[in-house]
Write a protein that binds this ligand. Structure first.
Ligand SMILES: [Zn+2]
Length: 209
């Protein structure tokens, strides 16, 4: 009887998957495991960056690619649809503009969770920092604003003044409200990009750690 009750409480370490039925043991294991995981992730990052710097020289930097993206009317229309928002719209713009076969200025790996590598304008590979990621996303957001401005110029000619001001208000709220909620939106886009490019490092490059 006592045994079957004990069985219900199994705690799993989210880093290594080891199971514990005792909190004290788990609390001892978990911090050590997290530290070990971080160190491994760090030394893998160094290996990956060295490897990429030696063997991969893309033609353009990630920033240049972002700057070259055009926000078209269809992208804006996608965002303005009732069921979508800015976060979904930016993910969509990413997916549309990336050509997985030829564009290799951005990489991510299964073994290296939630880390994105980009080819920087300084001509080397670097880890995409969240702060810089935010700047890049803001470049896209500004392009969407500009497209909205030109749509509104056109709307002015199509609708009468009452209709126009209603549409303008609704569209402005949705687009100029930006990512809502902001942090969460950024993280969602980041994770989505990580997932799009995630490949198996060991298999794809056949190197030893
Ligand atoms: Zn563990």
């Amino acid at each position: 009887m006592i045994n079957s009750k004990k069985k219900e409480k199994i705690i799993k370490c989210d880093k290594c998957g080891k199971e514990f039925n005792d909190f004290t043991l788990y609390n001892k294991h978990n911090p050590i495991c997290i530290l070990k995981y971080r160190n491994e992730n760090f030394s893998q990052s160094v290996t990956i960056i060295n490897f990429l710097n030696n063997f991969h020289k893309p033609n353009i930097s990630f920033k240049k690619w972002i700057n070259n993206i055009e926000c078209k009317r269809e992208d804006l229309d996608f965002i303005l649809k009732k069921e979508n928002n800015m976060t979904e719209g930016i993910i969509q713009i990413f997916i549309k503009n990336i050509n997985l076969q030829s564009e290799d200025f951005i990489k991510s790996f299964i073994e290296n969770k939630n880390i994105i590598y980009i080819f920087s304008k300084k001509n080397n590979w670097t880890i995409l920092k969240f702060k810089n990621f935010e700047e890049y996303i803001n470049i896209l957001i500004k392009k969407i604003y500009l497209e909205l401005d030109s749509k509104q110029e056109e709307d002015k000619l199509i609708y009468d003044s009452i209709e126009y001001s209603e549409i303008r208000m609704a569209n402005s709220l949705k687009v100029k409200g930006g990512l809502d909620p902001y942090e969460e939106g950024l993280k969602k886009i980041f994770n989505e990009i990580y997932n799009i490019f995630k490949i198996k490092f060991k298999n794809s490059f056949k190197i030893k750690f």
